[in-house]
Design a protein around this ligand. Structure first.
Ligand SMILES: Cc1cc2nc3c(=O)[nH]c(=O)nc-3n(C[C@H](O)[C@H](O)[C@H](O)COP(=O)(O)OP(=O)(O)OC[C@H]3O[C@@H](n4cnc5c(N)ncnc54)[C@H](O)[C@@H]3O)c2cc1C
Length: 371
């Protein structure tokens, strides 16, 4: 029933904006904010947030089903009010300042891990936080940080002990307006409406009360954050692929060449048959990992497999569906080209496909995989 109501929201509120989104490559901030408010009024708020903080707590599988439905529209619209998982590590005082205002009001945050020196290698973190009495002095830069322009604070990962690699990473919550912290520049990308930012920290001073979790405990927080994000990303691909297949099937039935619908041509049938089979496989991998997550079981490797397969599946499916549509597939009048460009990023963000394969292989092969 809940997913049905999300579908109705998509059809009634999002679909009328699709043409404008495709032509302009973006939804303006006013339109996006208006949609978020409409969604909130209709009960789509804090759906992922835990009950203990006043959320609807629909669980990981529920979250995936909603994400799948919403991502049938190319605007990457999501409901607000759900904190990033790491924020449940907030102490009582931090809960009042950072966690609860996300759920009860409309406080926003972004998540900053990647640096110009690299995103895959945690030991490459160059941003440092040096303790000075009851405060920390932060220096460095982050890059490709999504949603930074609308964020009220940043969940920042910095090195507090360079010699310790991943064990020397600590998490801080840095509010917008803190002296020394600035958004240096937006980074234009090939995706519609997606402009991450570079952030600079120049002798930025934050009190120790803004440290999240233990000193050196940042990496463990990242792992939890990334697993949750990877499952959502896998679910986005399901919605994207389903929408492209639906468009391609409809087109194949009606497009006539040499007196017959292209649906009767084996070359077209095989593209669609492969697409729908791979989509089903991705769906099962994603739902399985989400169910394990909901049961409180380890699902890190299952999340790697689901995101790896689903993102590569979506790349193949958007490509094939675009091909079935011919020239129309390439035009901005249909969403396939937008999806085609959007899906490329999901093989990079939240860990690249190569790093995913590496982690899956390490789990499979044990210590011998380390050479
Ligand atoms: C649109 C967009 C939004 C983003 N949003 C955010 C965000 O909000 N917050 C954030 O922190 N980051 C964000 N990122 C950054 C993203 O997480 C990183 O780009 C990603 O982790 C890869 O890091 P990198 O780009 O530094 O590539 P690198 O780590 O430099 O890797 C380059 C290439 O080398 C390969 N490679 C690296 N090491 C190995 C290895 N050991 N074995 C095999 N292959 C290897 C990689 O797979 C990749 O193909 C975003 C990126 C984009 C494009």
């Amino acid at each position: 029933m809940f997913v049905d109501s999300v579908r109705q929201f998509r059809e009634k509120e999002l679909m009328p904006l699709e043409h404008e989104f495709l032509l302009n490559g973006r939804l303006d901030t006013e339109t996006r904010t208006g949609l978020e408010e409409k969604a909130r009024h209709q009960g789509f708020w804090a759906i992922e947030a835990r009950e203990e903080v006043g959320g609807q707590d629909i669980g990981m599988l529920g979250t995936c089903l909603v994400a799948e439905e919403l991502f049938k529209h190319p605007a990457m619209f999501e409901f607000g009010g759900s904190p990033e998982p790491v924020l449940y590590e907030c102490n009582d005082e931090q809960k009042q300042r950072f966690l609860l205002p996300i759920v009860k009001e409309d406080l926003r945050c972004c998540y900053a891990f990647t640096e110009p020196s690299g995103g895959s290698d945690v030991a490459a973190i160059r941003t440092t936080a040096v303790r000075e009495g009851g405060r920390w002095i932060i220096n460095g830069a982050k890059t490709f940080i999504s949603h930074a322009e609308r964020a009220d604070f940043v969940i920042l990962f910095a090195s507090t002990d360079r010699g310790q690699g991943a064990k020397g990473v600590t998490c801080f919550l840095v509010e917008k307006g803190t002296p020394g912290f600035s958004l240096s520049r937006p980074i234009p990308t090939m995706g519609d409406d997606w402009e991450p930012y570079e952030l600079t920290f120049d002798n930025c001073v934050v009190p120790d009360t803004n440290r999240l979790g233990e000193v050196g405990g940042g990496w463990n927080l990242v792992v939890e954050q990334l697993t949750h994000g990877r499952l959502k990303i896998a679910a986005y691909q399901l919605g994207i692929a389903q929408r492209c297949i639906d468009i391609a099937v409809e087109w194949a039935r009606n497009r006539i060449t040499w007196g017959k619908p292209i649906a009767s041509r084996q070359a077209v049938q095989w593209m669609l048959a492969d697409s729908v089979t791979e989509l089903d496989a991705a769906r099962l991998l994603t739902y399985r990992a989400a169910c394990l997550h909901d049961r409180g079981e380890h699902c890190e490797i299952e999340a790697f497999k689901a995101k790896l397969y689903a993102t590569e599946m979506a790349q193949r499916v958007t490509d094939r569906c675009l091909q079935v549509l011919g020239g129309l597939g390439y035009s901005r009048e249909l969403p396939i080209q937008s999806f085609y460009r959007q899906v490329r990023v999901w093989r990079i963000g939240h860990g690249t496909s190569e790093i995913h394969r590496w982690m899956i292989a390490r789990d499979l092969l044990g210590p011998s995989a380390r050479g």
